[in-house]
Every structure is written in structure tokens, then in C-alpha cells.
Design a protein around this ligand. Structure first.
Ligand code: PCA
Length: 215
């Protein structure tokens, strides 16, 4: 059975929980569209996160890799379109590193597009009444770093393997601490990730519809 690798992040920025890992962890061992789901926790640390990711890819030889991270303040599941070759950290990572205007990988392309069927995923999520949009920026912190590193690595070493990134909102218990921030229940996030995986495995190509993009 083919593997699908799904990664989540440890908490960062002084927070106690990261919704990405809460949503990703329960997927371990699930079977979706004939594939076996393997999960991996990434540290919220520049460069080290990519070492963990590449080691998991080499170990599991997945047919698909989806990385997931927290996007506090967003209300929807954000299916990211693009990763850019820049680190510009607003806050330090979990080891205190705060790169400003430094390429993720030197002498590499300016950007990579997700190779997931992003419009199809958003379409299916909305069909399932899960708020979701295509997002045009994964930021410039560790999530964009991981998305860029993932797509570069796949491009260089596993060009037939698809990969991409999904941001999830805060969990309700986090949002209580950040006044008026939107949130989503973990059950809905888990359902969303399952739909995204299945939509990708069942669709080699994307569909040409408007993505309902807001950012
Ligand atoms: N979110 C951060 C990094 C880790 C995470 O879950 C980001 O959006 O860059």
C-alpha cells in the first residue's frame, strides 16, 4: 500500500498547543483511497524542520506529502497555492533564530506552486460545508519555509510525488485567549484533511474554477 505523509507542527510563539498537530496526529494509520497515512511532527525551527521532513520522506517514500500549519487569525482552511524563497520571521522560531530576508534555499527558484489540486480540494471542502479558500500566501515564517523546502526537495528528488501545504485556524480553546479570533473545531479540521487527501489521490489534475480566494 502506498504511503501518504502528513506533517503537523509543534506549538510556537509561546503557545501551548498547535492545531495542526492536533488535526494531523489522529490520521496516523488511517486508510484513505487505498493509501496508508503516516504522520510526522515537525519542530517549528528553520532548517531543522526540513531535516525532519526530508528524513520522513526518505523513510516512507510517500506518493503524496501534505504539510499542515497553524494560521492564527484566519477563519478558513487555507489551501496554499505558492511557496516563496524567502525567510522573513516576524518572531523567533523555537530555538531563537529569526532570519530576515534570507532565501530558504540559496540559488534556487523564486517560488514553487503547490502540486495539489488546490481548487478541487477547496471545492470539495465547501461542498462538505467546511469553510475553505485557496490562499495566495503561506507567509514568510516556518510554514512557508517548509512548503518551499518540500516542493524543492520533491522537484529535485521525487518529481512524480505531489506536495503542498494547508493552514488551519486556531482551535476554539486557543481563540478564547486571543479575543475575537476565529476558530474551527478539531473534528472539522480532521475531516478537512481527509477530504483534501482523498481529493488529491482521486484527481491527478486540478479543476479550473474560481478558488474563492480572499488573500
Ligand atoms: N504556523 C507557523 C509556523 C508553524 C505553524 O504552525 C507559520 O504559519 O509559519
Amino acid at each position: 500500500m502506498n504511503n501518504v505523509l502528513v506533517t503537523g507542527f509543534e506549538p510556537f510563539g509561546g503557545k501551548a498547543i498547535n492545531p495542526s498537530w492536533e488535526a494531523v496526529r489522529p490520521l496516523q494509520g488511517c486508510q484513505i483511497a487505498g493509501a496508508n497515512i503516516e504522520v510526522c511532527l515537525l519542530p517549528c525551527v528553520f532548517d531543522t524542520s526540513l531535516e525532519y521532513l526530508y528524513a520522513a520522506i526518505e523513510r516512507l517514500k510517500p506518493e503524496l506529502v501534505i504539510s499542515v500549519g497553524e494560521a492564527g487569525g484566519r477563519s478558513n482552511i487555507s489551501v496554499e497555492r505558492v511557496a516563496i524563497n524567502i525567510n522573513d520571521a516576524r518572531i523567533p522560531d523555537n530555538t531563537g533564530k529569526q532570519p530576515i530576508d534570507i532565501p530558504v534555499i540559496i540559488d534556487s527558484p523564486m517560488a514553487y506552486f503547490s502540486t495539489l489540486p488546490i481548487k478541487k480540494i477547496v471545492n470539495e471542502l465547501n461542498h462538505a460545508k467546511i469553510p475553505a479558500t485557496v490562499s495566495q500566501t503561506a507567509g514568510t515564517f516556518v510554514c512557508n519555509h517548509v512548503m518551499y523546502g518540500l516542493l524543492h526537495y520533491l522537484n529535485q528528488h521525487f518529481p512524480t510525488v505531489r506536495g503542498g501545504f494547508i493552514h488551519v485556524p486556531y482551535l476554539p480553546e486557543q481563540a478564547k485567549k486571543f479575543l475575537d479570533e476565529p476558530s474551527m473545531a478539531v473534528e472539522m479540521m480532521i475531516a478537512a484533511l481527509k477530504i483534501a487527501i482523498e481529493a488529491t489521490l482521486r484527481n491527478e489534475k486540478d479543476i479550473a474554477v474560481t478558488g474563492g480566494a480572499t488573500n
